[in-house]
Ligand binder design. Sequence first.
Ligand SMILES: Nc1ncnc2c1ncn2[C@@H]1O[C@H](COP(=O)(O)OP(=O)(O)OP(=O)(O)O)[C@@H](O)[C@H]1O
Ligand SMILES: [Mg+2]
Length: 263
Amino acid sequence: MTTQGPAMTAETMPDISVDVRQTFGIDVDMSVPAFDQPNEHVPNIDDTYRFDRDTTLAILAGFAHNRRVMIQGYHGTGKSTHIEQVAARLNWPCIRVNLDSHISRIDLVGKDAIVIRDDKQVTEFREGILPWALQTPTALVFDEYDAGRPDVMFVIQRVLEVEGKMTLLDQNRVIRPHPAFRLFATSNTVGLGDTSGLYHGTQQINQGQMDRWNIVSTLNYLPHDQETDIVLAKVPAYDTEEGRKMIDAMPLVSIFTAPLEAV
Ligand SMILES: Nc1ncnc2c1ncn2[C@@H]1O[C@H](COP(=O)(O)OP(=O)(O)OP(=O)(O)O)[C@@H](O)[C@H]1O
Ligand SMILES: [Mg+2]
């Protein structure tokens, strides 16, 4: 995380624009809104990160046009970090929530908590991560989206629309999304559950829920040469003729972990 930076308020909006060709090395005439200053929720930049064209354009469309974007693909292909690294370069606050089976509706929505005020114990509603993020210029990323519990998925369904307001029933309060709030998800399956046995614990995703994602983009393992380039960017000491040969001869992650058709 970067240093504290300016506080986020309801008025905080992107104030600069970033050239995609210059910042992401992708050959398109496009600029996207961004923030001039980072705050504590903006991820750190990984200078060695290599942006995949289609995945990056899908994520940029999400940021620029307020579209709900899901990135699907095999494990370890760079789904979560692509979103994070795009956010890092736009100085856009970004929070990742792993929807593993321990996350419940209450964690997302909030709950009553006992607090001490003026030396008295009072009950106060503490907002969960979803209402908090909705009211701020934050990109919220639901990781392992296909592992989420049904009670959690129905809460998320309500905010998937761009205007998706959220009603806090026990609070009698309706929350309108901040205009710079963004929602992303990553998942290993495309919502049909898993027949390969690779992703035990994933669920089928309700079709009404799947259809609400505006863009579903697939990111699988990169071709061998690109993987080699990523490794070399991370360990430049190996960027010699001999080092390249060695890394080139290594079966990289995709060979070990992907089903045959993906290699
Ligand atoms: N294009 C890339 N450039 C540089 N590093 C990358 C790239 N893609 C992935 N990595 C690195 O590979 C690792 C795995 O990436 P990440 O966690 O984003 O994968 P994932 O697709 O979200 O995996 P999972 O499905 O298990 O959540 C990270 O350490 C990340 O930095
Ligand atoms: Mg991930």
